[in-house]
Design a protein around this ligand. Structure first.
Ligand SMILES: [Zn+2]
Ligand SMILES: [Zn+2]
Length: 160
């Protein structure tokens, strides 16, 4: 799969911060210290954190910030399409610093999510759901398996 890249380089990160800040201004949201801190954390980790994980990380940098503020900022960012949100019924929402169409590798053991950019996945045929009355507005491909760290871990457990 040579057309896929699973990681974002550092250069991209500063460009992506600029993109986020631009979308923030376009949405009429002021670039407050709090909003900037949330953006930085999402880009620095780039691992699809939950709201709670995002709060913990932002709180380390901005000890005065409240959980409610971080949660509100995340939802404002989603509503303004500054970030994405991956939802799985019954699980906590995961926030995604990448809004362009991409797909995910999801580890069944540690639930880590890794971005996959792949043109052929972007253009898979969407089934016709008109009969059920369901209107599809977006899609993502999820591939489930085990990340490299968990595979190592499982090997160790097997040999015990
Ligand atoms: Zn894992
Ligand atoms: Zn993603």
């Amino acid at each position: 799969m040579s057309s896929s890249r699973a990681e974002v380089s550092r250069d991209d990160a500063s460009q992506r911060l600029e993109g986020m800040q631009m979308r923030c201004r376009e949405a009429g949201l002021r670039l407050t210290i709090q909003r900037r801190a949330v953006m930085k954390v999402l880009l620095d980790f780039n691992d699809h954190p939950t709201a709670e994980q995002t709060f913990d990380r932002v709180h380390q940098r901005l000890p005065g910030i409240s959980r409610a503020t971080v949660f509100r900022i995340l939802e404002q960012f989603v509503a303004s399409q500054i970030i994405g949100r991956a939802c799985h019924p019954g699980r906590s929402a995961r926030y995604d610093s990448t809004t362009e169409l991409h797909h995910h590798l999801i580890c069944l053991r540690c639930e880590s999510m890794i971005d996959v950019f792949d043109d052929s996945l972007d253009s898979i045929p969407i089934p016709d759901t008109a009969a059920s009355g369901f209107e599809i507005v977006d899609f993502r491909v999820q591939m489930h398996g085990f990340c490299s760290r968990c595979r190592q871990q499982r090997k160790k457990e097997d040999t015990k």
